[in-house]
Design a protein around this ligand. Structure first.
Ligand code: NAD
Ligand code: ZN
Length: 663
């Protein structure tokens, strides 16, 4: 194929992909669309005489207009893209002395809101950039953050991104397991395509403003101040004066991208002064006064090669997708969860399909669904759940609405290994010198079946195995011996009782239970009296601890402590408690100022508790104090400021702790 033909082909692809995307049902992941665009851009740059006419790269969005068309007062454009710090520096060099605002590039769809003499007159989608759809009725009914009235004369136009919050998305999918939404962006686009707001009432959206035009003047010229003056919620903006600061904020936004309640795919920087931004003008498809810094993709498509059914520590048999390797969310992913058979059915996933894989932050990668069913060749296979356990071959049972599969055979080998690995894990007995491979070997040889069996192992016995030396055998035994101090809280975690979380274990300790046997002997009434323990958790504790009675006896006989440990109790509050009654959030890296040594956050939080504080994990309106360590994320500080929460640098708190004799 010659270059001209290739250009034509790519241009057609771009048009078709955009069309599907802006209708809310994309055919490929964004990263793959971007590759098509990039190839086309490079070919046109090298062969300008072959540029297609019209050139889709000089157009914006897609031409589909379903609702009543409205012409924009000024075009709604794309953004110039950057991926490297030098491109950010070059942008700032073009505007010497001009401060910029840096904000998340929200992954939703843009809307223009037109206010006339203080009243919302209309809300319009971007459309092809020149003409969009009138979606006023839907926006009034469904989008939070769009005030009906603002205090401003004449014509005011606000532009912003409408997103479906992750919490809304998760709640919707939990309530509609039969017709799940594939990701928040498609969900938002689909919502504003609805013919009747009543049909999408549970799919609320949220608008974050990022642009403002005021005809009559009067509003401040700095963007964020101007938005705030009108009572509009802007995107989370930070003012920066140079390239270094700008880059630092971009990095902070990227690092904190999964702490927010919305998806974002980059950061946007633009001139902070609205007049300067307007004066900078535009190119064919993007403003000159703004730049989008793109982050690594968190969604990609790949082929689902096979599905295996994995046996968990509680006997749950879960489907795991084996994928053709795909680079997503910063790593190469080859396995992803498929949740359960109902999720597979509702999302219509088959082996051989090209599936959308999502990996955001530390969350286990998962298969979100099939974007483009027209790609099927007919060779795809149904995913058939097993009738018997892949490990012990016993028949399975189904539980709950999502028809999760369970192997209830208590001596199932796969479950035994999983439970032993869990007992040895860091959150439980922390036997770090005995890894999963060794645990599997020792289970196969019959040395390990229950956690108590670890404590009967000897160095001599380990040395009978192949490929093990004196030193590592001794280390393994030492590590097992140290784990005898596991105590009530971590032992309970280690026994992997269904529905009993780590929080359950902590609360039982704090409620005054002195030993695991005491928990095992408690009746339902006593258990449900503990904060956050309901009848279901209580009955699971009773059922499983009754079954585990003989194991508790064996653990004790082998010298394992199942008593509550000092560290698991609420700290005794010092008489002279400097943080008494305060709800405190700790953020950033903590170091003891006397030695300079790093202090783990839980240890510092515990000192604060001894000083009378109640610890919370994130800043809210109930927070009294945010204690900041080194390298604090901008988003936490900004949130504290917005909520009027007092902040204190760690040094100040250390001094109080030292003075009170706590630290
Ligand atoms: N998967 C597909 O098939 C497909 C097809 C077309 C486009 N896309 C994706 O769409 C995007 C490209 O097209 P585009 O022109 O719509 O967007 P763009 O990347 O050029 O950025 C412009 C848009 O960013 C949005 N935005 C979010 N936060 C903003 C902020 N703080 N300030 C200013 N704008 C903000 C606005 O909606 C604006 O219209 C890419 O991410 C691309 O991968 C995907
Ligand atoms: Zn089994």
């Amino acid at each position: 194929m010659d270059t001209g033909e290739r250009i034509q082909e790519l241009a057609e692809q771009v048009v078709a992909l955009r069309d599907a995307y802006y209708r809310g049902s994309p055919l490929v992941a964004d990263a793959e669309y971007d590759e098509v665009e990039d190839e086309l851009r490079a070919l046109i740059e090298a062969n300008p005489e072959l540029a297609p006419d019209p050139n889709p790269l000089e157009q914006v969005g897609a031409a589909t207009v379903l609702h009543a068309p409205v012409r924009h007062s000024r075009p709604m454009l794309s953004l110039e893209k950057a991926t490297r710090p030098d491109q950010v520096a070059a942008f700032l060099d073009r505007f010497p002395g001009q401060p910029v605002v840096v904000m998340p590039k929200l992954d939703g769809l843009s809307l223009a809101l037109v206010y006339q003499d203080g009243r919302l007159a209309r809300a319009v989608t971007r459309g092809d950039g020149t003409t969009g759809d009138d979606v006023t009725v839907l926006v009034r009914a469904l989008v939070d953050g769009v005030p009906e009235r603002i205090d401003a004369p004449g014509r005011v136009e606000v532009r912003g991104e409408a997103v479906m919050l992750r919490s809304t998305f998760a709640a919707y999918n939990a309530a509609h397991p039969d017709k799940p939404l594939i990701n928040p962006r498609n969900a938002a686009a689909g919502t504003l395509r609805a013919k009747d707001p009543a049909t999408v009432a549970e799919r609320r959206l949220h608008l974050f403003a990022f642009d403002l035009d005021t005809a009559a003047g009067g509003a401040p010229s700095e963007l964020e101040q101007a938005l705030r003056a009108l009572g509009l919620q802007g995107a989370d903006m930070r003012l920066c004066v140079d390239a270094e600061q700008t880059q630092a904020v971009i990095t902070q936004i990227e690092q904190g991208r999964n702490d927010r309640d919305y998806d974002l795919d980059g950061a946007v920087l633009r001139l902070a002064d609205r007049d300067a931004y307007a004066a900078a003008g535009t190119r064919s498809s993007s403003p000159r006064g703004a730049l989008a810094f793109k982050f690594a993709a968190e969604e990609k498509t790949t082929v689902l090669a096979d599905v295996v059914w994995d046996v968990g520590k509680t006997g749950k048999i879960a489907p795991v997708a084996l994928l053709e390797p795909v680079f997503v969310g910063g790593t190469t992913v080859t396995r992803a969860t498929l949740a359960n058979q109902e999720v597979i059915r509702a999302r219509g996933i088959r082996i051989g399909d090209t599936v959308l894989v999502r990996r955001a932050g530390d969350v286990i990668p998962f298969v979100a669904g099939v974007l483009d069913e027209s790609r099927r060749t007919g060779a795809e296979r149904e995913i058939v759940p097993p009738a018997t356990c892949p490990s012990c071959l016993e028949p399975l049972t189904e539980q709950g609405n999502s028809r999760e599969l369970f192997c209830t055979n208590v001596s199932c080998p796969a479950q035994t290994v999983r439970r032993l690995v869990h007992w040895a894990s860091r959150a439980a007995a922390d036997i770090d010198a005995v890894g999963p491979v060794w645990i599997e070997r020792l289970a196969e040889s019959g040395d390990l079946e229950h956690p108590s069996d670890f404590y009967a192992l000897t160095k001599e016995r380990l040395l009978e195995f192949d490929r093990i030396g004196e030193v590592s055998a001794a280390r393994m035994i030492e590590s097992i011996a140290a784990s005898r101090q596991v105590g009530l809280r971590r032992a309970l975690i280690g026994l992997a009782i269904p529905m009993a979380s780590e929080g359950t274990a902590t609360r039982l300790c704090r409620a005054g239970f002195g030993s695991l046997e005491e928990v095992a002997g408690a009746d339902e009434e006593r258990l449900v009296a503990v904060e956050d323990i309901g009848p279901r958790v209580a009955s699971s504790l009773i059922e499983h601890l009754t079954r585990l009675r003989p194991e508790l006896v064996r653990l004790r006989e082998r010298g394992v402590s199942l008593d509550v440990r000092e560290e698991d109790l609420p700290p005794r509050v010092a008489v002279d408690a400097p943080l008494a009654g305060k709800t405190v959030v700790v953020t950033g890296a903590i170091n003891d100022p006397r030695s300079g040594e790093k202090v783990p956050r839980p240890a510092f939080q515990r000192l604060c508790e001894k000083a009378g504080a109640t610890i919370a994990s994130s800043v809210s309106a109930n927070t009294d104090l945010l204690i900041t360590g080194a390298e604090v994320g901008a988003s936490k500080l900004a949130k504290a400021e917005k909520l009027g929460v007092q902040t204190a640098e760690q040094g100040q708190i250390w001094q109080q702790l030292i003075d009170a004799g706590i630290a």
